[in-house]
Design a protein around this ligand. Structure first.
Ligand code: HEC
Ligand code: HEC
Length: 495
């Protein structure tokens, strides 16, 4: 019975999508053309979930044989054209599965992995050119489930001399849960700040004298801005965001506004896989100095085509949202409630703002080729569990535990130097959703436990840290129980 269930699951996942535009002879005979490494589905029945995971594992193994018999089969299976995506040739589910395949693919030299002037693998990056330091995205993003965080051993060492750890900036791979919603909430915040700026400019012009006012987005205060009557701006009192007022929610220091920006950078620095767009627009310090359409000089052009960037971005945008878990033990349920109240009382919630409202969960990716934007409704199409409207009505809420603002965290956490103009001790408030599944903690993975992470807070968080340190051991336990409830849904997979 079990065996037949597995086989029927294999059959359903095999027909789930057919994305390889140049089918191999075997594929034409009816064999799957896409790996379907994982889907947006999440069966609440754990036994069925386990069978499904085994079925997909069986399918992946079969594809490895196919690739051995017909080299390039796997590389061809992750090709997708932007024009097809823009024409709506693939459903959101197919795009998700294709993006998952790229995320779980092993990049090879034939596909464009690495560069002529780079070693095959390097632990410490050479400037903005990167390592490369891994063959796959999921080498680093795996802990806690697909698209998860990384261990300390998966740290990336950015912007170094290519040789010494001490020359580089250590960064732990963050979890990618709910990434599309994070971008959407940041976009809405940027728009709100932009409107405040426009209003100040208009006021200064109308009154013929400087206009000064607070910058607030979704209840988070970003300091003040002054507009002059001639339209010039004084941003010296802007706090926690660049003076362009664009909230950048990705990267430990808040460097990237969009998933597309971060994906293009990740492909380049970790894998030497250069998108056609980055090749056309990136400066040589980032993409290499060989020029033309092959700036990394490895003889491969169009290493990552626009359609593949789009599929990867939409796959990340459709990542599941974390959940809160409730303990079975009644004493722990009580502790959880007390811990949540303590999180507020200690001042943690001033930066780790428990929830932010979201006006729309439709992720729209503008075309860079003059076509129509591609839209995915994350309430309908994202991987389960998805964001859902509250039972009592009201706006959508993202239980992110972040203000998406940068803060000074004091000399203890400061890096050796500024990173792309963000000061050494300044970091973005890391979202705490799903935190129970993303150890170790902090930007360089220096904290093995949640408690270590809290005790290492300084700077603007010094008072909250000291208040935590002053708690009795049982009181600290309550806060730990609360943080442990911020977790991810149980998703069985065969690695
Ligand atoms: C060697 C490990 C490593 C590999 C491989 C890797 N990443 Fe990352 N990733 C990181 C680190 C470290 C960061 C944080 C970078 C920073 O703070 O500047 C990150 C950040 C991200 C982010 C932003 C998340 C956030 O919330 O800040 C995304 C999205 C992402 N990676 C996607 C990818 C994709 C897609 C791939 C494959 C193309 C990939 N990563 C490969 C280590 C890795
Ligand atoms: C002033 C703003 C601020 C306050 C207050 C604050 N934090 Fe943080 N928190 C941050 C920032 C910024 C980071 C990322 C720091 C880094 O990586 O070096 C962070 C990181 C964390 C992390 C690690 C996250 C990860 O994924 O590695 C935990 C856990 C955490 N904070 C819990 C707390 C708790 C509990 C409190 C209250 C006792 C608190 N924080 C108070 C800003 C703050």
């Amino acid at each position: 019975m079990r065996r037949s269930l597995v086989l029927s699951l294999v059959a359903t996942t095999l027909v789930a999508c057919a994305l390889d535009p140049t089918p191999t002879p075997t594929a034409q005979k009816g064999t799957a053309r896409a790996l379907g490494v994982y889907t947006t589905n999440l069966d609440p029945d754990l036994e069925r979930q386990a069978y499904d995971a085994l079925a997909r594992d069986a399918q992946r193994r079969e594809h490895r044989f196919l690739d051995a018999a017909d080299p390039g089969h796997l590389a061809r299976s992750i090709r997708v054209e932007q024009s097809d995506l823009e024409a709506g040739a693939h459903s959101p589910e197919e795009i998700f599965q294709l993006g998952a395949q790229i995320f779980h693919a092993t990049f090879t030299l034939e596909m464009g992995y690495g560069g002529k002037d780079l070693p095959h693998l390097a632990r410490f990056h050479a400037g903005r050119r990167g390592g490369p330091d891994a063959m796959r995205c999921d080498s680093c993003h795996w802990r806690g489930g697909p698209g998860g965080a990384g261990d300390a051993a998966d740290n990336a060492y950015l912007d170094g001399d290519g040789d010494r750890q001490s020359s580089a900036l250590a960064r732990n791979p963050p979890s990618l849960v709910g990434a599309g919603l994070v971008e959407l909430v940041a976009r809405e915040m940027s728009a709100e700040l932009g409107r405040a700026r426009e209003a100040l400019v208009a006021r200064a012009k109308a009154e013929g004298k400087p206009a000064r006012g607070p910058l607030v987005a979704k209840g988070v205060a970003f300091g003040e801005l002054e507009a002059r009557p001639d339209g010039r701006l004084d941003g010296t009192s802007v706090l926690g965001v660049d003076t362009d007022l664009v909230v950048k929610p990705f990267g430990w220091k808040g460097h990237f506004a969009s998933l597309r920006d971060v994906v293009e950078d990740e492909l380049n620095v970790h894998h030497g896989m250069q998108s056609t767009w980055l090749v056309a627009h990136g400066d040589p310090a980032r993409v290499g100095a060989f020029g033309g359409t092959d700036p990394d000089g490895d003889g491969i052009t169009d290493e990552v085509r626009e359609g593949q960037v789009t599929a990867l971005v939409l796959f990340l945008a459709m990542q599941e949202v974390p959940v809160t878990d409730t303990p079975v033990d009644q004493d722990h349920v009580v502790a959880l409630g007390k811990g949540e109240a303590r999180f507020q009382a200690l001042g943690c919630a001033t930066c780790h703002v428990p929830s932010l409202t979201l006006e729309s969960a439709v992720y729209s990716l503008p075309s860079r080729e003059g076509g129509a934007p591609i839209r995915v409704d994350l309430q309908k199409d994202a991987a389960l569990p998805r964001i859902a409207p509250p039972f009592d009505g009201g706006p959508l809420r993202l239980y992110l535990y972040s203000d998406l603002k940068r803060h000074d965290m004091g000399p203890g956490l400061a890096e050796r130097e500024a990173d792309r103009a963000v000061r050494p001790g300044t970091f973005l408030t890391r979202p705490l959703w799903g935190i129970a599944r993303s150890r170790p903690y902090l930007h360089d993975a220096r904290a093995p436990t949640l408690e270590d992470a809290i005790l290492l807070h300084g700077g603007e968080a010094q008072a909250a840290r000291d208040a935590f340190a002053a708690l009795s051991e049982p009181e600290r336990g309550e806060l730990r129980v609360f943080l442990t409830s911020l977790t991810r849904a149980r998703r069985l997979s065969v690695p």
